[in-house]
Design a protein around this ligand. Structure first.
Ligand code: GDP
Ligand code: IMO
Ligand code: MG
Length: 456
């Protein structure tokens, strides 16, 4: 499946350039490579981005906030990124936080300073922040917690959010009462008035919410001065990056397809579009500029938080995957739920994203397993269904059809090329790519950069 078919089919059409002259459609500019989670998050996107970022000129985040937790291991040092694009490690590339991201300023600077202590130098000079990005305030995070308590009280269950204020901040954005980076850097009097109105609005919904408005505004003013040199018109920055000299531009997806606000396991999802459309709306770039779309999937499945998980293994297999895979959330420290690889969800993610390649991570975690299962279809009332169910009651009840594979029972962590992998592991990988219908471009066999086997 190619996302660029129309470029060939509409050769003679033209679109206006920002300067006013016509630009022909077969001169659409540089292509953007997008890396997206194909499951419920934590697939190893950070590691894939880090690999590609070594050659990238610009690395962008387009959605989500510091609910994301991306781990990158370089020269034995482990970095975790939440709001900063993982490409910030590459001192030769620019990192951009796009308009679709929601930014908690204290979180952003804390993250940068923490990684600076680990050796990340000069990150503030390499970071560009879109003036259209919305802000997450401390009270959004408090409200996130209050909403979780309310859900628990009303429905007996919550979502298990990261409590980073993501849902409330995107709610403010959709309600058109949110405040953006450009507002913070504009007339501070006006910003203060709108901030106070927003606080009042939330206090009328949550009377228990207390906010020290003056203290918040004082801190925001301080942050705004540190932020100011990084802020640009994100749309124009991307336009120039796309249409200037040849550049490698990378988009780092946060969260994942099954957490997408439209396509995920609603309501147990996050509040942004974590699928390919989010790259366009979250950066202001045309679909014609989307090039490769790489889906990242573990060789098994994990999920943090509440919600249906058809291939979950609440048994010794699940425990083994959890402990061997060190499946603990980077952002919240919660244990991740674990189960067999579910190809129904990865195929569903492919339907939406049109992957041109897959990175299959954490194959090494399966090295000790005797028998490996893969979910290949869902049945409802004994009948296979061709689609992924929208209704969570249905998803809870589906019966999973599995294929079973013999384990390879060999340490793969030192494998660096396809031929180093045992035949049974190769067989497992081939089955996955045939079933999804997308070539597997990388296989991960360990945490660090070099533990990625490149297939083509
Ligand atoms: P992200 O949110 O998609 O970037 O993924 P996380 O960083 O939250 O979680 C992935 C975890 O798996 C991190 O601890 C990575 O260091 C680790 N990891 C990634 N790829 C591999 C792999 O191929 N093998 C092993 N053993 N660990 C990996
Ligand atoms: P990365 O980018 C795993 C989950 C939360 C919760 C739900 C809603 O590291 O893959 P939110 O705080 O966004 O309102 O929480 O979404 N979630 C993630 N799970 N990895 C992530 O990001 C996640 N981002 C959100 O656990 O169930
Ligand atoms: Mg993560």
């Amino acid at each position: 499946m190619s996302l660029t078919w129309s470029a060939k089919d509409h050769k003679n059409m033209s679109q206006p350039a920002a300067t006013g002259q016509k630009r022909s459609r077969n001169d659409t500019g540089n292509k953007v490579t997008v890396v997206l989670g194909a499951q419920w998050g934590d697939e190893g996107k950070g590691k894939v981005v880090d690999l590609l970022a070594t050659e990238a000129d610009v690395v962008c985040r387009c959605q989500g906030g510091n609910n994301a937790g991306h781990t990158v291991v370089v020269d034995g040092k482990e970095y975790d990124f939440h709001l900063l694009p993982s490409g910030i490690i590459n001192s030769k590339s620019i990192s951009l936080i796009g308009n679709g991201v929601v930014i908690h300023l204290p979180g952003l600077f804390e993250e940068g300073d923490k990684n600076e202590k680990k050796g990340l130098k000069g990150w503030e000079k390499r970071l560009i922040v879109s003036d259209r990005a919305h802000l997450v305030f401390d009270f959004h995070q408090v409200v996130d917690g209050l909403q979780e308590t309310e859900r628990q009280a009303q429905e007996g269950k919550n979502i298990g959010t990261t409590k980073k204020g993501i849902g409330p901040a995107y709610s403010s954005k959709a309600a058109r009462t949110g405040l953006r980076v450009c507002d913070l850097l504009g007339d501070f009097k006006d910003f203060s008035m709108r901030f106070k109105n927003l606080v009042r609005q939330y206090q009328s919904m949550y009377p228990a919410l207390t906010v020290d408005v003056e203290d918040q505004l004082k801190k925001l003013k301080e942050y705004s001065e540190r932020l100011r040199p990084m802020v640009r018109d994100g749309v124009y920055y991307m336009y120039e990056a796309l249409h200037g000299s040849p550049k490698k531009i990378l988009v780092e997806g946060a969260n994942a397809a099954l957490l997408d606000i439209d396509f995920g396991t609603y309501p147990f999802v996050t509040s942004s579009n974590c699928t390919v459309g989010g790259a366009c709306t979250g950066l202001g770039i045309p679909p014609l500029n989307i090039g490769d779309v790489f889906g990242v999937s573990k060789a098994y499945t994990t999920r943090v938080g509440i919600g249906a998980f058809p291939t979950e293994q609440l048994n010794a297999v699940g425990e083994l995957l959890q402990t061997r895979g060190h499946e603990v959330g980077v952002t919240t420290g919660r244990k991740r739920r674990c189960g067999w690889l579910d190809l129904v969800i990865v195929r569903y993610a492919h339907m939406i994203n049109g992957f041109t390649g897959i990175a299959l991570t954490k194959l090494d975690i399966l090295d000790v397993v005797d028998e490996i299962k893969v979910g290949v279809a869902y049945k409802v009332n004994g009948k296979r269904i061709p689609h992924f169910p929208a209704n969570m009651d249905v998803l809870h009840k589906v019966e999973v059809e599995y294929e079973t594979f013999p384990g390879w029972k060999t340490d793969t962590s030192a494998a660096r090329k396809w031929n180093d992998l045992p035949a049974k592991a190769q067989n497992y990988i081939h089955f996955i790519e045939n079933h999804i219908g997308v070539p597997i471009k990388w296989v991960g066999v360990g945490k660090s950069r070099e533990c990625m086997i490149q297939m083509f």
